[in-house]
Write a protein that binds this ligand. Structure first.
Ligand code: ADP
Ligand code: MG
Ligand code: MG
Length: 915
C-alpha cells in the first residue's frame, strides 16, 4: 500500500517531488529543530491518483485518520473539539511554487460549538469570532467556489452600518452578526449549510486543493513556467497558531537579503495582530522588521536567529513566513527565495565572498536570461521627467505604456500591439493574464512581498507597488494623484529599480551592465562610459557590475564551447568583439548584393552570353572585397566564417506583380519596354512556389557559373590585402544548403583553383578552410561522406528545423504555432529552443559520423538557437566546438556555456523543464 501521508518529522528538503516544496521545507525546518507547528503532508502521489481516478483513494482516508489521531495525541486536543479544539490549516504546495493556485484555508475545525471552546481557551471572544468568520469566508471562496466579493460586501455593509473603517474595530457581537450573514451566503449560494463537521471540513478542503491543480490560472501559470501538467500538488495540514491574539501577536513575511536589489540585511513585512494572508494581500500597511524589533524585541531576536540559521543551512537567500503567537515565534514556511536578476548576481557573488558557496555553485545560481534582463535599457537619468508618485521598487526595469486598470483591457490592448502598464490597488491571482500582457505593473497598496511584487519578480516584469499617493478607482478606470487624473490609455512610465512613477513617456539609456560588457570593469566603475552622467557609479550599481564580472569571468574559464557572433558588417563585428565574441560564425553575404549593386545582379540574371555574365560578376569583386577587408580587420586574429550566397536570386530582383504592372502601364503609354520585358520574363522564370525549398544555396552556386568563384575571389583577395597590410585574417568559407557530398566537391574544386590563383598572384600564403553548413536532413544523414570534402561543419539549425519538420517558418508561425503551444504539441517553439529529440538527433548523428570520418572535425552552430540558453546546453552536451549567436546575445551565451560545463556532472538539471 503506498504511503500517502508523511508527518513533518518524516521528510526533508530534497523530497519536493513527493512532498511538494512547502511540505519538504516544513519537514526540513522540523528536522533542524526550528519551531514549526506540528502537522502532516499528503503526497503529490495521492493527488495524482485522485486526478486519475476522480476519487479520493480509500487508503488515503485511513492514513489521514491515523495521522490526525497522532497529531491530536501529540497536541492533546481533538480537531474541532467543542471544549478545547485543535484547529488546522489546509495548504497546497506543489513541487514548484505556484502563486495563483489554491489559497490556504485557515482555522479548519471551527464550528458553532468549537468557536465557544476557542473563546474559552484564548480568553478572547472577539478573536474566536474573527477566526470563525475567516474560516467561513475562506472555505466559501476556495472550497465552495463562492464569489469572494459577497463576503467582502457583507463585511463592508456591516462596517458602514457601524460607522467604522477598520476591521479591527468590529466587536465580538458585530462578528457574530457577520458569521450569520456569511452562513446565509453559503446556504444561498450552495443550497447547503456551512459544513459543521470538522472532519468533513478537512476532507472537502483537501479535495479542493487537489482540484485546484487543474484550474485555468494554475494551467496558465504552468504553461508559462514550463512546469509539467502531471506533477500534482501536495496538501499540508498544519496545526494553527494565531497571530491575531492581540498586540503581542502578529504575522509576517521576510527575506534573508533584499530580493529586489540583493543588498545584505534583513528584509520583510510584519503585521501585528493579524492572521494569514493579511500581509500579502496588502490590505493593511505593514511594519518593517526594524519596527517589529522595536515593538517586540524578543520575538524579533528569535526571528533573526532563525533567519541566519536557515540561510547558512540552505546556503542561499531564504523566503520565510512566520507568525508570533503571544510572544512565541512559529515558522510556517521557508523556501529558497525568488529574486530579481540583479539580486541573483549580487547574492551569488556575496555568498562566494562569505564562503558559503563555490564559484561553480555561484554560476548555477544565475541564468543567461537574468543576464539578458540586466542588459535592458534603463530610464535616462538626465531626461526631463514628471514625477507622479513614489512606491516600492519591487521588480526592476523601465516600463512605459498606456495605463490600464484591469486584466482584460491589458490583454486586449497588448494583443493589438500596444505597450501597457497594469495599474491596480493590489493584484490577485485573477490578474495573472493582465500581468503577463503588461510591460509593467503598478499598485497603490501592498509591500514588496505582496502578490503583485512576488509574481512580477518571478516573471521578470517591471513592478512598482505600494505607491500610496495614487488613488486607483477600478470602476471609473482612473487613477488620481492630487489633482492629476490618469485615464485609461494615458501613457505612464514606471521605474522598478527606484520605485518612481512618471507621467508621460521617458527616454531610456544603456544599462551599466552593457557598459561594463563593452568597455570593461575599470572604465565602467570609473563611470567613463556609464550612465551618461560622467560620474562614478553608485555603490549598489558598482556592486552589481562587480558581481557580473566575477561570475562571467568564471563562466569564461569554465566553458568548453567557444562563442562566436553572427555579424555581416564591420560595425556589428566590432561590437560583438567588445562583447566577448571569439570570431564570426556566420557572415551572410546577401547584403553585399543589395542597394546600388542590385543592377549588377539584374545584369547577371539577364546575361545572354558568358562575356556579359562574367563582366557583371567581375564588377562585384572589388565591391565585395572592400566589405570583407573591413570585416576581417574588425575581427583580426579571430575566425570569420563567410557563407556564400544563400537566398534565391529573385529576392534581388523587382517584385513580380509590381513589375508586371509597371510593364503594362508603360506599354499602355506606348513607352519602350524592351528591358523590363526581359526582366519580367526572368522574374517569371525564377518564380518559385516554395522558395525555401527552391533554387538557393549551393544549388544556385552550381547553376550560375562563376557566382561562388567570384565570392571566393573577393574573400581571398581581401585576406591577401589584410596580410599585406600586416594583419592576421582567419577566413573560412562556408557552402550553404549542401545535401550531397558531390555538390561540395564541385564547389570545392572551383574554390581551390581560385584560392591557388589569388595566392600566386599576390605572393601570399592563404590558409582558407572550406566547410559546409549542415542544414538539410540528408546532409546530416550522410555527414560521414560529406566530411570527406568539408574542413568544418556548421549547423544551420533554422533550416534544419524547417526541413526536418517539413514546415516553413514564415508560413507556420502565424498560422498555427499558438494553437500548437496551447494544445501541447509544442512546449516551446522549435525555432526558439532546439527540438532536442528530433532535430537534435540529426545534430548528434551528423556530429558523430562527421567526426568518425574526419577526426577532430571542427563543428559549430550558427543561427538563433546559438543564443538560446537551453539549446546551448544541448550543443555543449553534443560536444560541439562553438556556437554563434547575435552580438547582443554573446555575453548571455558565454554565461550559459559556462553553466553547461558546470552542470555536466549534474545531468538531472538537464534539458526541458522549468527553469
Ligand atoms: P501560500 O502558498 O499562498 O504561501 P500558505 O499555505 O503558506 O499559502 O499559507 C498562507 C499563510 O497562511 C501563511 O503565510 C500563514 O500566514 C498562514 N498560515 C498557514 N498555515 C498556518 C497555520 N498553521 N497557523 C497560522 N497561520 C497559518
Ligand atoms: Mg506561504
Ligand atoms: Mg540556412
Amino acid at each position: 500500500m503506498p504511503k500517502y501521508v508523511f508527518e513533518f518529522t518524516e521528510g526533508g528538503k530534497d523530497e519536493k517531488d513527493l512532498l511538494g516544496g512547502k511540505g519538504a521545507n516544513l519537514a526540513e525546518m522540523t528536522r533542524l529543530g526550528l519551531p514549526v507547528p506540528p502537522g502532516f503532508t499528503v503526497t503529490t502521489e495521492a493527488c495524482r491518483r485522485y486526478l486519475v481516478d476522480g476519487a479520493v483513494p480509500p487508503e488515503l482516508r485511513v492514513q489521514v485518520t491515523r495521522a490526525l489521531r497522532a497529531l491530536e495525541d501529540r497536541i492533546g486536543r481533538q480537531l474541532g473539539d467543542p471544549e478545547d479544539p485543535l484547529l488546522v490549516s489546509v495548504r497546497s504546495g506543489a513541487k514548484f511554487s505556484m502563486p495563483g493556485m489554491m489559497e490556504t484555508v485557515l482555522n479548519v475545525g471551527l464550528n458553532d460549538a468549537s468557536v465557544h471552546g476557542l473563546t474559552q481557551i484564548s480568553g478572547d471572544a472577539r478573536f474566536a469570532r474573527d477566526s470563525y468568520r475567516r474560516l467561513i469566508a475562506m472555505f466559501g471562496r476556495t472550497v465552495l467556489d463562492i464569489e469572494g466579493a459577497l463576503f467582502a460586501d457583507a463585511m463592508d455593509d456591516l462596517k458602514k452600518d457601524r460607522g467604522i473603517t477598520d476591521d479591527v474595530d468590529l466587536t465580538a457581537d458585530d462578528l457574530d452578526e457577520l458569521i450569520d450573514s456569511y452562513k446565509k451566503i453559503v446556504q444561498e449560494q450552495t443550497g447547503r449549510p456551512f459544513p459543521q463537521h470538522p472532519r468533513e471540513q478537512l476532507d472537502l478542503a483537501m479535495k479542493a486543493v487537489f482540484d485546484s491543480w487543474n484550474t485555468e490560472r494554475a494551467r496558465l501559470y504552468r504553461r508559462r513556467e514550463r512546469i509539467p501538467n502531471d506533477l500534482g500538488t501536495a496538501v499540508n495540514v498544519c496545526t494553527m497558531v494565531f497571530g491575531n491574539l492581540g498586540g503581542d501577536s502578529g504575522t509576517g513575511v521576510c527575506f534573508t537579503r533584499d530580493p529586489a536589489s540583493g543588498k545584505q540585511g534583513h528584509y520583510g513585512d510584519y503585521l501585528p495582530n493579524a492572521q494569514g494572508e493579511d500581509v500579502v494581500a496588502g490590505i493593511r500597511n505593514t511594519l518593517t522588521l526594524d519596527d517589529m524589533a522595536e515593538r517586540d524585541p524578543a520575538s524579533a531576536r528569535q526571528l533573526f536567529g532563525v533567519m541566519r540559521r536557515l540561510e547558512t543551512h540552505y546556503r542561499d537567500l531564504c523566503d520565510i513566513e512566520f507568525t508570533v503567537e503571544r510572544g512565541k515565534l512559529w515558522m510556517l514556511q521557508t523556501r529558497v527565495g525568488k529574486r530579481t536578476a540583479g539580486a541573483a548576481f549580487r547574492i551569488a557573488a556575496q555568498l562566494v565572498d562569505e564562503q558559503l558557496i563555490t564559484l561553480d555553485e555561484a554560476l548555477t545560481r544565475v541564468t543567461g536570461e537574468q543576464l539578458a534582463r540586466l542588459m535592458f535599457p534603463q530610464f535616462d537619468p538626465a531626461a526631463e521627467k514628471k514625477l507622479l508618485a513614489k512606491g516600492l521598487a519591487a521588480s526592476p526595469g523601465a516600463a512605459v505604456g498606456a495605463a490600464v486598470f484591469d486584466s482584460a483591457v491589458a490583454v486586449k490592448r497588448h494583443a493589438a500591439g500596444e505597450s501597457v502598464v497594469l495599474v491596480r490597488r493590489e493584484t490577485n491571482p485573477d490578474d495573472l493574464e493582465g500581468m503577463i500582457a503588461a510591460n509593467g505593473v503598478l499598485t497603490s497598496r501592498g509591500g514588496k512581498t505582496s502578490h503583485a511584487a512576488v509574481v512580477a519578480r518571478g516573471m521578470g516584469r517591471t513592478c512598482v507597488c505600494g505607491a500610496e499617493a495614487i488613488d486607483v478607482d477600478v470602476r471609473t478606470r482612473t487613477a488620481r494623484v492630487g489633482d492629476v487624473v490618469i485615464n485609461e490609455g494615458d501613457v505612464i512610465a514606471i521605474d522598478g529599480t527606484t520605485g518612481e512613477v512618471f507621467l508621460g513617456d521617458v527616454p531610456v539609456v544603456t544599462s551599466p551592465v552593457v557598459d561594463y560588457l563593452e568597455h570593461g570593469l575599470d572604465a565602467t566603475l570609473a563611470g567613463a562610459d556609464g550612465g551618461g552622467n560622467g560620474a562614478g557609479l553608485d555603490e549598489e550599481t558598482a556592486d552589481l557590475v562587480r558581481a557580473v564580472d566575477t561570475i562571467l569571468t568564471h563562466a569564461d574559464a569554465a566553458r568548453r564551447l567557444r562563442v562566436r557572433a553572427n555579424a555581416d558588417t564591420a560595425d556589428d563585428a566590432a561590437r560583438a568583439r567588445r562583447l566577448g565574441a571569439q570570431g564570426i560564425g556566420l557572415c551572410r553575404t546577401e547584403h553585399m548584393f543589395l542597394g546600388d549593386r542590385r543592377v549588377l545582379i539584374e545584369r547577371l540574371v539577364l546575361a545572354d552570353s558568358a562575356e556579359v555574365r562574367d563582366a557583371a560578376l567581375e564588377a562585384l569583386v572589388p565591391l565585395q572585397r572592400g566589405d570583407f577587408v573591413e570585416l576581417f580587420e574588425a575581427m583580426d586574429g579571430l575566425p570569420v566564417t563567410v557563407r556564400l550566397l544563400d537566398p534565391p536570386l529573385h529576392e534581388f530582383l523587382p517584385d513580380r506583380t509590381e513589375l508586371a504592372v509597371k510593364v503594362a502601364v508603360a506599354r499602355e503609354r506606348g513607352e519602350d519596354t524592351a528591358h523590363d520585358d526581359k526582366l519580367l520574363a526572368a522574374v517569371e522564370r525564377l518564380h518559385e512556389s516554395n522558395p525555401m525549398l527552391g533554387l538557393r544555396g549551393v544549388r544556385l552556386g552550381l547553376t550560375i557559373p562563376g557566382l561562388f568563384a567570384m565570392q571566393v575571389r573577393a574573400a581571398a583577395e581581401a585576406a591577401a590585402d589584410r596580410i599585406t597590410a600586416g594583419g592576421n585574417p582567419q577566413v573560412e568559407i562556408m557552402v550553404p544548403l549542401v545535401g550531397s557530398v558531390m555538390e561540395l566537391h564541385l564547389i570545392r574544386d572551383q574554390a581551390d583553383t581560385v584560392l591557388a590563383e589569388v595566392a600566386a598572384q599576390r605572393g601570399v600564403r592563404l590558409d582558407i578552410p572550406i566547410g559546409t553548413m549542415i542544414e538539410l536532413p540528408r546532409a546530416a544523414l550522410t555527414a560521414g561522406r560529406i566530411a570527406e570534402a568539408a574542413d568544418f561543419f556548421s549547423f544551420g539549425t533554422n533550416d534544419l528545423t524547417q526541413t526536418a519538420w517539413g514546415f516553413s517558418r514564415d508560413d507556420v508561425e502565424a498560422a498555427f504555432f499558438a494553437h500548437y503551444l496551447d494544445v501541447g504539441v509544442f512546449t516551446v517553439s522549435p525555432f526558439e529552443t532546439l527540438d532536442a529529440i528530433g532535430v537534435g538527433r540529426l545534430v548528434r548523428i551528423a556530429t558523430e559520423e562527421g567526426r568518425a570520418a574526419r577526426p577532430g572535425l571542427k563543428i559549430g552552430v550558427c543561427g538563433e538557437h546559438g543564443g538560446d540558453p537551453e539549446s546551448v546546453h544541448f550543443f555543449h552536451d553534443v560536444g560541439l566546438d562553438y556556437v554563434s549567436c547575435s552580438p547582443f546575445r554573446v555575453p548571455v551565451t558565454r554565461l550559459e556555456a559556462g553553466r553547461a560545463a558546470i552542470a555536466e556532472d549534474d545531468t538531472a538539471e538537464g534539458l526541458a523543464g522549468p527553469r
